[in-house]
Design a protein. Sequence first.
Length: 169
Amino acid sequence: MTTTAELTLRTATAADIASVDALLAIAYPASLKADYAPSVLVTALPLISRARPELVTSGTYSLAERGGQLLGAGGWTRVAPGGAREGQGVGHVRHLVVDHRAQRQGVGRALMARVLAEAREAGLTRLDCQATRTAVPFYAALGFEVLGPVSVPLRPGIVFPAVAMRRAL
């Protein structure tokens, strides 16, 4: 567990799935509405605003809390979204979210500092990310480079427009 300026970072467990689910359900609709058409959000939000139990319990997914309130979550895996495995040393930023009321308060940066440190310690040399359009400036400020637009398949006939990004570790 890491504590910085009253912000506590800890590894998520199965007991946190419902809390992460609630955070995603409140944060994504508020955060993404400026960068996505309502027609995209109406189909995508029910699918992306759900905690992934296998990710939350992976041991590489962290929570950021202040005063007992969950403000952010995110992590990394060696497996890409969709289940593909890439070469040795490649990891993927996964399902990073910050409560829209706590954005620009260092929560996302603290989570990403932990992600980057853990990924380096695990021997990774690169992190890839499928960023929302909203999150591109955040990741760019952390040294990620834009590779280009990607369409993330959510279900047959439903894709979510995102941006592929990459950072060397």
